[in-house]
Write a protein that binds this ligand. Sequence first.
Ligand code: 5GP
Length: 212
Amino acid sequence: MTGAACRRGGTLIVLSGPSGAGKTSVYRALLAAHPEVSFSVSCTTRPPRPGERDGVDYHFLDRDAFQERVAAGDLLEYAEVHGNWYGTLRREVDAPLAEGRDVLLDIDVQGARQVRRVAAGTPLAAAATYVFCAPGSLDDLRRRLRARGTDAAAVIARRLQAAEAELAAWRDYDWLIVNEDGRLAQAVAHLEAILLACRCRTAAYRKEPWTP
Ligand code: 5GP
């Protein structure tokens, strides 16, 4: 990092949205364009989908190992989502933020609420910004969930049901991106705009941005 960027603290982008809103495609494109942004690899008890890699997409744990992480206080937040446990490791957030790097969290609305709660009154509150990714329509969402083809019908049905409850939380977020079918580039551009705007917040600066 050079110039003003060295004087800036990292932004914590908390991204939520229902399964099928396409948020994975959106943030993957952002991370490809901004490799300096650190993705927080969550722990989960969900089994890996084909192509998913341990330590890259998730840290895949069994339920006992997950409970050990909880008991050790290693998780910033955790929640049961669609019948499996998911949690954010503190070290995935604290280490890059301490280096002034931006961090992106892909977590559900329960997890985002917990982050807001634990961040209150700490430096994390100034670093965090909350982004909701919504589908263009419920039809888009259903189509995407079915097209994924890796989940069983019962799993898809459960995710569809959960999606409506999750969508209701959109107003709790600072920013909204709508990922309409066939308009991925637009959603990615909006997420990038949020990242760039957050980097320009005066509150992001630990000291004056200019060289003395
Ligand atoms: P998936 O199983 O499709 O990868 O993820 C299912 C849901 O779990 C998504 O809404 C995703 O945002 C959420 N999720 C992933 N990691 C975490 C986490 O660490 N904490 C919480 N609370 N939710 C997570």
